[in-house]
Design a protein around this ligand. Structure first.
Ligand code: DC
Length: 225
């Protein structure tokens, strides 16, 4: 298949990363989880006790401890800081609680946007996030806006977190997800919103394979036009 760029944006817990990972594998494309980069900055802020609401110290921290992005053999992106991979430490409630505050700062976003654009320059890429179709890769051939009901998104996150040893209730998750969506959608710079040319998919009653198939059909249509 020719070089293809696919963006998947949407609110927290809509299934973006699961779908994007599977889709990238089917396409032989690189999968880039842009949320993981924001999470990595939040992780660093926790680790180095830098306040998440202060842009200047966060930028200073990032220049001292830059994120290093590597492509794993499976076609996913690994994030290293200070010589260690932190990819498996990014989805903890502690990181999730502050990541939207970190993502508000325009210059932090600028730096991460630049890294995101670099990653997919020379190969097919599936990138997921909040502003990928609108800001990061506005020329992508296929843009998806993936949603699901709040209850379903909370249910999925409860399952994911309990697998990782964090027994949170659906009620707690509904509250946390709602608050993160609210912060992500209302920020001044690159808020969560669908691109005008995005294709909307509601995954509430669809499984991963169905969503992936739907997107593959769309990609075939677009790339054969
Ligand atoms: O997709 P995720 O839940 O891992 O994203 C974590 C946070 O990062 C999300 O609440 C908002 C922020 N984010 C962003 O602002 N822009 C992106 N492109 C991706 C994530």
């Amino acid at each position: 298949m020719q070089h293809v760029v696919v963006t998947i944006d949407g609110p927290a817990g809509a299934g973006k990363s699961t779908v994007a990972k599977e889709l990238a594998q089917r396409l032989g494309a690189l999968y880039v989880d842009s949320g993981a980069m924001y999470r990595a900055v939040a992780w660093l802020a926790v680790h180095y006790h830098v306040p998440a609401n202060e842009e200047e110290p966060l930028l200073q921290m990032l220049s001292e401890h830059p994120l290093k992005l590597y492509r794993s053999r499976q076609g996913t992106m690994e994030i290293f800081v200070d010589g260690h991979s932190i990819s498996d430490q990014l989805r903890t409630p502690q990181v999730s609680d502050i990541v939207s505050q970190v993502a508000v700062h325009p210059r932090v976003r600028e730096q991460l946007t630049q890294w995101q654009r670099e990653t997919g320059k020379h190969e097919s890429v599936v990138m997921d996030g909040r502003d990928i179709g609108t800001v990061v890769l506005p020329d992508a051939q296929v843009k998806i806006f993936l949603t699901a009901s709040l209850a379903e998104r909370a249910r999925r996150r409860v399952a994911e977190l309990s697998n990782q040893g964090y027994p949170l209730t659906t009620e707690e998750l509904i509250e946390a997800i709602e608050s993160r969506d609210e912060q992500d959608a209302s920020r001044a710079v690159a808020p969560l919103q669908p691109a005008t040319d995005a294709y909307h998919i509601d995954s509430t009653e669809k499984n991963v394979a169905e969503v992936v198939e739907e997107i593959l059909i769309l990609i075939r249509k677009v790339t054969h036009e």
